[in-house]
Design a protein around this ligand. Structure first.
Ligand code: PRX
Length: 653
């Protein structure tokens, strides 16, 4: 049975339903299905009026002329000619009331060091750093690459860039120097913000050294700012006079007030690179006004935020989840955000639960891959700690299997916390399909219903309504991506060419009799490994850059912990011998070219790869082999013997 049919079967047999408790419901922003349905209907019927009223809750220096411009669809424009600043909305907007002295950011380092910044303190830190960036010549429109561990300066950097109108591009600190270099080249960044190091599982990640290697060949980079992660004892790194600057020296004596630039609603806020089906990662563009409105509202309703909440999203700010639901969304709402630097199993597997107890975390948002790891580590770890402060749980990144959902519900949520299973993507900017915790009856494994203003459908290849098929979004929404940096054709082609006027996210889905959505995973060649998107085509082209490799095919198969994992089928050049050492060398090659998180689980050497007579590699057969399934049709194969040989080889391995 293939993965999709297995998932459909799970969907069909999952009948459990969990309603929010009366006490949760009583205090929730949206507290009944009636309320959800009526507001949802209104948000679709008067879509622009709905978004206009939400945007009006935020501060604009000048109001928009129109809510949506569709003239150049799919290059939509939201809040046309409106002027605002998202950093102003995250910080300055909260300085006049009681929020001023409330904790904005509570941070714990892996070693147990702690920092708390109130809204006023965060405002001043961001302003100081914004001034420091200006002093280095950074202006609105300039691109700034950020390669930092999960320390407060990461959030500060995003907000400081946004304040002066610079476009940030955060690169997850697990990427290799070559990946950093590709991203810097693509967006011609002028400056990189990094740190001497960061802590992960008791080890130091030498981030500045990795950046040094990356920028050897990046003429656009004029400056590197280096945060000293450990103040007393900096990690060894080289500071190049004139180009490199210690963060703490740059901000020393600089004014804590920097006027927020008046930005156009459609000015770029950030670029975030993500994998696609072809070529190199693409720079997804998000602009200011729509993204701000969308992350503000989704955070408020999906996490049912209350002023007293301590909210923790375990993602890294290097991914979209961290942008939207650690930094922008929560701060736009004046929330208290908890942020943790290190690994969940350091110094032991109880670390996250200890944090929940120590800080009275009330909202906890994580990924199914993490939940599966927690399950494997055993109930004793969470059971050692007092988790009674929790009132709401969330997941994101892939479908959560019902067993993991039940474990999360019982062991972490003690059967009293609703679980919001949120479906969305880098491209959507914010949550699109999700329960609202105070009203939606939950079904384990389903992301349930569309958010306000979002029209989601399940359609066939031809765009016709169907029960199980492809997910489509049939209305533009403010948080949507506005393009791919430097490649508007690829934007149109990838997302808007499958059906007229419908956005194609690349996921399979099913809609049940209650209208609930069940996401069935990617239908393209993008593999979701531990919640990280990896394009198999990108890996394949990196493999063939290796001098010993003739050809490669990379596929994803199911994996108990990671959701999916990668398998690389490699055919070597004549006279090269297939050895275990070479397999390790090729794994390291991927680690060096992309980052260790992208290394395939297994490398299988083969003299030939199964191909059609026209020379196309039949990945479907490779997936069958790797999943131990009965082989699909082999009639179009040029050489049927190849598959049998591969099957034997795979099973021997
Ligand atoms: O396949 C879907 C899966 O993750 C993809 C988006 O990945 P990325 O852009 O890296 O963003 C991840 C965090 C928002 C989607 O196309 N995905 C995300 N959330 C879910 C999901 N699949 C099922 N259920 C979810 N809740």
């Amino acid at each position: 049975m293939d993965q999709k049919s297995k998932k459909i079967e799970t969907v069909l047999s999952e009948n459990r339903m969990f309603k929010p408790s009366e006490s949760f419901q009583a205090k929730a922003h949206i507290s009944s299905m009636q309320e959800y349905e009526s507001l949802y209907k209104k948000s679709i019927k008067d879509n622009l009026g709905f978004w206009e009223s939400i945007a009006s809750e935020l501060t604009w220096f000048k109001k928009w002329d129109s809510v949506l411009d569709e003239n150049q669809a799919p290059f939509y424009k939201w809040f046309v000619n409106g002027k605002t600043n998202i950093s102003y909305n995250c910080l300055d907007r909260h300085l006049d009331d009681a929020t001023r002295n409330k904790a904005a950011l509570i941070w714990e380092g892996e070693l147990g060091d702690q920092r708390t910044l109130t809204y006023n303190q965060l405002f001043r830190e961001v302003n100081r750093f914004a001034n420091a960036l200006k002093n280095l010549g950074i202006q609105r429109g300039d691109r700034v690459a950020i390669y930092l561990p999960m320390i407060p300066e990461l959030a500060i950097s995003l907000l400081a860039c946004a304040r002066i109108g610079a476009i940030h591009s955060v690169i997850f600190a697990g990427f290799s120097s070559e990946s950093i270099r590709d991203r810097i080249h693509d967006c011609e960044a002028k400056l990189v913000i990094t740190s001497d190091g960061g802590w992960r599982k008791g080890n130091i990640l030498p981030l500045k050294n990795i950046v040094d290697e990356a920028v050897k060949d990046c003429p656009s980079i004029k400056h590197i700012i280096v945060v000293k992660r450990s103040h007393s004892d900096p990690f060894p790194c080289h500071i190049k006079e004139g180009r490199d600057h210690w963060y703490h020296r740059l901000i020393d004596g600089v004014s804590g007030e920097c006027q927020a630039e008046e930005m156009d609603s459609e000015d770029m806020l950030f670029l975030l690179y993500t994998s696609g089906t072809t070529g190199k990662p693409k720079g997804v563009i998000h602009t200011i006004g729509g993204y701000m409105t969308y992350t503000y509202l989704t955070t408020k309703y999906v996490f049912d935020l209350k002023p007293e909440d301590i909210y923790w999203c375990t993602a890294d700010i290097g991914w979209i989840t961290g942008h939207s639901y650690i930094v922008y969304g929560p701060l736009l709402n004046g929330a208290t955000v908890f942020m943790y630097e290190g690994a969940p199993n350091y110094p032991d597997k109880g670390r996250l639960w200890k944090i929940i107890e120590d800080y009275s975390i009330s909202i906890f948002y994580t990924a199914p891959t993490a939940i599966r790891a927690f399950m494997k580590w055993g109930d004793n770890w969470p059971n050692k700690y007092n988790l009674s402060s929790l009132r709401l749980l969330g997941t994101v990144g892939e479908s959560i299997n019902p067993e993991a959902w039940m474990w999360y519900h019982q062991i972490i949520g003690k059967e009293k916390c609703p679980i919001v299973d949120t479906w969305w993507q880098t491209e959507t900017g914010g949550i699109m399909i999700t329960p609202l915790p105070g009203c939606t009856p939950l079904k384990p494994g389903s992301a349930t219903l569309p958010f306000f203003g979002i029209e989601a459908e399940v359609v066939s290849e031809e765009g016709k309504d169907t029960e199980a098929g492809i997910l489509a979004i049939s209305k533009p929404w403010p948080g949507m991506l506005r393009g791919i940096y430097g490649d508007s054709e690829r934007y149109k082609e990838t997302y808007w060419s499958k059906w007229p006027n419908k956005y194609f996210p690349g996921d399979g889905a099913k809609k049940d009799k209650d209208g609930y959505f069940w996401i069935l995973g990617r239908i393209d060649d993008v593999v979701n490994v531990s919640g990280h998107r990896i394009g198999t085509a990108e890996l394949e082209s990196i493999f063939v850059e290796h001098k010993k490799v003739a050809e490669s095919a990379v596929i994803g198969i199911d994996h108990d912990l990671k959701g999916q994992c990668l398998i690389g089928f490699i055919s070597l050049k004549d006279s090269v011998k297939a050895t275990d050492d070479l397999a390790s060398e090729l794994k390291d090659w991927i680690g060096k070219k992309i980052g260790r998180f992208a290394i395939p689980e297994k490398i299988i050497f083969s003299q030939d790869l199964p191909k059609t007579r026209s020379g196309k590699i039949m990945r479907r057969l490779l997936r069958d082999i790797a999943s131990g399934r009965t082989l699909g049709s082999v009639t179009t194969l040029a050489d049927a013997g190849v598959v049998e040989q591969l099957k034997v080889k795979y099973e021997e391995d």
